[in-house]
Design a protein around this ligand. Sequence first.
Ligand SMILES: Cc1cc2nc3c(=O)[nH]c(=O)nc-3n(C[C@H](O)[C@H](O)[C@H](O)COP(=O)(O)OP(=O)(O)OC[C@H]3O[C@@H](n4cnc5c(N)ncnc54)[C@H](O)[C@@H]3O)c2cc1C
Length: 436
Amino acid sequence: MKKILFVGAGMATLVASEKLARSGKFEVTVIEKCPREEIAYDWHDDVERTVFERNGLPMPEEGTYFLKRNWTFIPPSERVEITLDIPDEELDLSIERRPLAEQYVKRAEDQVNFKFGTTADSLLIESGKVVGVNAGGEKIYADLVVDASGALSKLRAQLPACSGVTLNPADSEIFAAYRAFMKREEGVPAPKSTNRVYLKHLGETGISWSILDPSGSVNVLIGRVGSLSKETFINAYRALKVSNPNISDVIVRGGKICKIPIRHPLSRMVYDGYVAIGDSAFMTIPMIGSGIANSIDAATILADVILSSDDLSKESLWEYQVRYYLALGADHMGVDVLKRWLLSADPNDLDWLFEKGVVGKKEMKAGATGKLIKLSFGELMSKLVKGYTRVPLLLKLNSVLQKSARAAKLGRRIPKKFEEKAVIRWQRKVEKLYLK
Ligand SMILES: Cc1cc2nc3c(=O)[nH]c(=O)nc-3n(C[C@H](O)[C@H](O)[C@H](O)COP(=O)(O)OP(=O)(O)OC[C@H]3O[C@@H](n4cnc5c(N)ncnc54)[C@H](O)[C@@H]3O)c2cc1C
């Protein structure tokens, strides 16, 4: 029986490993560096609610989730704010991550061999092909290594350069976020809205948020592109507290810095004996980083592709990348174009776009859910009228939107069959797009 080894027990692994093992066709092992009781984060995160049904998965257990509330977006000057009005039935669920991970480990463990507290130190490569991993002095061989070990995967970084896989993300493609739930300061009135996100907070490349959690604590995030220095953190935290006096300094949960990818997905996810999934394949929404639903969708695609042919060659696994791009990745290429512009934009321009109503609920909803922002000719004209004093800025914004649409189109033009030269040509076009 062929062996499949997953590295990292995130949601992508928990979904794909179970499906592959239950087919009875493969011997499936998962190695995870954390002990079982410490996998996933000790907090809740937002997940598109339809992802479970869409993938034939059980819903999170009762009492482990609640309905997320609408975002309020605040530009750098903090003079105006936009609160979305997405109806309850379309809002995400905010789900406790550790109980969900445990529920999915339990669901899989009669079929999958889990090894918790085991770190993959390096890839085993023989004759140019990945044949397993070194983990704690032990060689674990497999016909396929599924790398689900996160944005900064050290396994991906060890692939040969000729693999065509991007080995390491650029600093500008990583988001370093401090997250903590703080005790709510007593006697301070409730804020105007619950889920307050500060865009380009203090004019810096990143966001901060303050969310009044249903538990009564305040969910705080301070995230910056590349890294988060102590000084940046202290300044941002102080400013966030001034705008949100309900934040006290007492940490209830969390309180650590984590890193997630904010870029388009890998332009090559497969190599001989190797496939990347989830954050290690950069399957997040470049604008906001949410990757749980993406990694679950990708897990189903990967398992279905493998089960449809039982073939683990990169030529066969390419179908997984094609299907991922057509479903999600191509649009995320477009979102990445917008994100890059937003990060380089002058904070004053951002304030102006919000204050003039040029950027409104429709655009912010699209950005927050990873959809492309599309403007009809009529909408463009009405925005030009609203913003006639800064026509060059609006024209620039329009050309960025068009580039974003072109990026998504290029994503959908992914070669449908694996042919090395055609794949390389397509990859070059993809990477060139982000250099301009
Ligand atoms: C602060 C913060 C807030 C977020 N909010 C949201 C949100 O609201 N909604 C959303 O959808 N997403 C959110 N995300 C992103 C989300 O966490 C990821 O996109 C998602 O978890 C990716 O899943 P994954 O399957 O790739 O595995 P990951 O969750 O990245 O897990 C990787 C696993 O691999 C293990 N590992 C790493 N290296 C090794 C190794 N060498 N050997 C063995 N094991 C290893 C790790 O311990 C970890 O368990 C947030 C992330 C952060 C940091």
